[in-house]
Design a protein around this ligand. Sequence first.
Ligand code: ZN
Ligand code: MN
Length: 146
Amino acid sequence: MREKNTKAQDICKELGLKLTPQRMAILGYLDGNTAHPSAEDIHAAVSRRFPGMSLATVYNTLASLRDRGKLLELTIDPSKKRYDPDTRPHHHLICLDCKRVSDIDHVFDLEVPDPFGYEITGNHIEFYGYCPECKGKKTTSAPARR
Ligand code: ZN
Ligand code: MN
């Protein structure tokens, strides 16, 4: 926990953000988090320790981090934006049922045949399907289709 706080302090300093306990808690929650939480998930988790924290504080902190390249904002889940503190280039996979988002670290050899004169600087592939748990539920509990 102490290590996480030091890291959160470093990020705040680097970004010129005021060090508030709430901001530290948000950064601590995000540090090493691979669950791709939404702003609401983050708020729910952090407000357990800071009951007065508003969702706006979470949104503002996330926007500052995103704008400074410290956080990826993912649009893979159409129902809500998801956040990823892992800013290395990687791809994602979503379960259409439980909305779990997983990392795909494979490097795809992609080339755009005619990039319209653009200098391509990146890409992001979204995969979707059903995770092992949801796939199982579908086959065991769903009545057979006639
Ligand atoms: Zn699932
Ligand atoms: Mn990710």
